[in-house]
Design a protein around this ligand. Structure first.
Ligand code: NAP
Length: 280
């Protein structure tokens, strides 16, 4: 019998995940299908009952359900609990188990696409939202030397810095967005990560950094935004001589990790990337 997986979120705009996952299932010879489901916040618990009743093999979770789904699941992995968010659920004999593959997708992309190991590196992360939480926890797990966070809401960056710093015993601080303190952190950083939506379609002329912030040439700039592939930040980073990487690799690798959790098979990453690029 055909097995079903899918994506739940609200509202659900255009997603490349169905094209990427369905291409992988075909390549692996699996009779599986991946479909998008728009689920409003008030319907989340009902949707989970439906997933169980329909024996769905699992699903991905996106905004706004990544955090609110946690208490509704039967179990959650230790990593997803530390992050406080779930982006992948597996139906294990009727038990819905939550995972987080966003952070691992980022680290895999950093190592494989940008050829950079975060161990002992100084990292600056712009934005302290849901994606940043997963990234910061995984950077800490991967033994970065220091983490500096900034957000438009100072207290959001301070809260995440304090949580990650105390949980992992890491040098982790928060600085004011676009301040001299941010410039100082960038000057000593090896990696700068944009974990804000700034620069994403349709606002492609926007940059999360003010014009007065300089990027040293030895920096790797990783932009989680993948649409467009070349954001304003990436363009400016290239002009400054920095190495750059777009978030498409993270998108593909978090999806590949989810496929592995559901099927137990190794995902065809190159093919999934091609399918994602085509669907964008
Ligand atoms: P989010 O929860 O909205 O968090 C973004 C945070 O960045 C918000 O707190 C926002 O503050 C802050 N921010 C906005 N402009 C800023 C600036 N100039 N400097 C510092 N902080 C700023 O969003 P998210 O879920 O974490 O996602 C962030 C981005 O990552 C999105 O573009 C998403 O599409 C992308 N993403 C990509 C992947 C991938 O696989 N490549 C995976 C997950 C997410 P305000 O709320 O005050 O504006």
């Amino acid at each position: 019998m055909k097995k079903s997986v899918g994506l739940i979120g609200y509202p659900l705009g255009h997603s490349v995940s169905p094209a990427m996952q369905n291409a992988a299932f075909k390549k692996l010879g699996l009779d599986w299908e991946y479909l998008p489901y728009e689920v409003a916040p008030e319907d989340l618990a009902g949707a989970l009952s439906g997933m169980r009743a329909l024996h769905m093999a699992g699903f991905n979770v996106t905004i706004p359900h990544k955090e609110t789904i946690v208490p509704l699941l039967d179990d959650v992995t230790k990593l997803a609990r530390i992050i406080g968010a779930v982006n992948t659920v597996k139906n294990q004999d009727g038990q819905l188990v939550g995972y987080n593959t966003d952070g691992a997708g980022f680290i895999d992309s950093l190592k494989e696409d940008a050829k950079t190991d975060p161990k002992d590196k100084n990292v600056v992360v712009l934005g302290a939202g849901g994606a940043s939480r997963a990234i910061c926890v995984m950077l800490a797990e991967n033994k970065v030397k220091s983490l500096t966070l900034t957000d438009l809401l100072d207290e959001k960056a301070a809260e995440l810095a304090s949580y990650v710093g105390s949980y992992f015993g890491l040098d982790c601080s928060a600085v004011v967005a676009n301040s001299q303190d941010l410039q100082t952190a960038i000057d000593k950083a090896d990696i700068l990560v944009n974990s804000t939506p700034i620069g994403m379609e349709p606002n492609i002329e926007r940059n999360p950094l003010d014009e007065n912030i300089r990027l040293p040439a030895n920096l790797l700039v990783y932009d989680l935004v993948y649409n467009p592939a070349q954001t304003k930040l990436i363009t400016l980073a290239k002009k400054s001589g920095c190495k750059t990487c777009s978030g498409l690799g993270m998108l593909v690798r978090q999806g590949a990790a989810a496929l592995g959790i559901w099927t137990g098979k190794e995902a065809p990453i190159a093919l999934m990337r091609k399918a994602a690029e085509k669907a964008l």
